[in-house]
Ligand binder design. Structure first.
Ligand SMILES: C[S@@+](CC[C@H](N)C(=O)[O-])C[C@H]1O[C@@H](n2cnc3c(N)ncnc32)[C@H](O)[C@@H]1O
Length: 297
């Protein structure tokens, strides 16, 4: 387990992922009934952008750094507001020095009756998480394999909420494990909102995951194609060398407002965060191609 999210915190992929997470949780809060967030690959919860790791690999400067510095049109501001409120609350000085991980986004957005369950396998990272949320009774943390934990955690007693599966993609079989977890998770909790993060590196495996999952849901589980949403963004040509060029999310049972919000956010975000030729984004339903919107340039 060599992956350390501190090297990547606040990059373009984090901004998209955390904006979606925040939008989903804000949507759940429109109803009084409590909800649960299950975060299977939690990381350390929040990131110090002045740390050695963030200085050695300042990906955040081309991610959240640019977003904060940009002039944001009013409709983009509205969509980003749930995430930006958290970032502003964590950064009271003039400089951007702190960025929330997914646990912190959830912990800051839940209400007293809601709860967050975190899994983190890495020993040192799980200790950091433990310390961060030790005094927060609504956040429970377990040092264990998040994929395996899903069996015990689903369905949550609230019967409402979200599962975020955000693995490090260090091992060759990560897509296989992700697909197995997706199918088992959705069998146990068909009405839950599931958010799967995946990098746009091995595009063959990515397509197999996306299309396989969507087809299984539609043909075997009678899921409406409109309950499947894919949101991907790439900041330069996907074939280009170097650091991660693209990433995105498959979202099952998204809030009904999410697609419209992402149609506002993605064109702006892609333009604001582009790192060269061939940047682009797509928002679609995978199997049907319905409601598709995409751009490449
Ligand atoms: C991409 S990072 C998570 C980032 C976090 N979700 C966020 O958005 O802030 C992936 C994390 O998963 C942890 N990890 C790797 N394999 C795991 C497993 N099987 N179960 C739980 N955590 C795991 C890694 O130590 C790493 O901290």
């Amino acid at each position: 387990m060599n992956y350390r999210h501190a090297f990547h915190a606040g990059n373009f992929a984090d901004v998209l992922k955390h904006a979606v997470l925040a939008l989903c949780l804000e949507h759940f809060k429109r109803k009084d009934k409590p909800f649960a967030v299950i975060d299977t690959h939690a990381g350390i919860g929040a990131y110090d952008l002045t740390s050695d790791a963030a200085r050695r690999s300042p990906e955040w400067q081309q991610g959240i750094g640019r977003v904060m510095a940009a002039e944001r049109p009013a409709d983009v501001e509205r969509v980003l507001a749930p995430l930006l409120r958290i970032i502003k609350a964590m950064n009271t000085g003039a400089d951007l020095t702190a960025y929330p991980g997914s646990p912190e986004v959830s912990a800051r957005l839940i209400r007293p009756a809601d709860r967050v369950h975190l899994c983190e396998l890495h020993e040192a990272d799980s200790k950091t998480l433990d310390k961060r949320y030790a005094l927060n009774a609504r956040v429970k943390m377990e040092q264990r394999d998040g994929y395996k934990a899903l069996k015990a955690l689903l369905p949550p007693r609230e019967k409402r909420g979200l599962v975020l599966i955000d693995p490090p993609f260090e091992s060759r079989d990560e897509f296989v494990r992700l697909a197995e977890a997706a199918m088992r998770g959705l069998e146990r909790w068909p009405s839950g909102t599931f958010v799967f993060w995946r990098p746009m590196k091995d595009l063959w495996s990515l397509d197999r995951f996306d299309e396989g999952l969507a087809e299984w849901l539609v043909t075997e589980r009678d899921v409406e194609p409109s309950s499947i949403l894919r949101a991907d963004m790439w900041v330069r040509d996907l074939q280009s060398e170097g650091k991660l060029a693209g990433a995105g999310l498959v979202i099952i049972n998204p809030p009904h407002t999410l697609e419209a919000d992402l149609l506002v956010l993605m064109p702006w975000l892609c333009e604001a965060l582009r790192q060269g030729e061939g940047a682009g984004w797509r928002l679609d339903g995978i199997v049907t191609g319905e409601m598709a919107a995409s751009w490449e340039g």
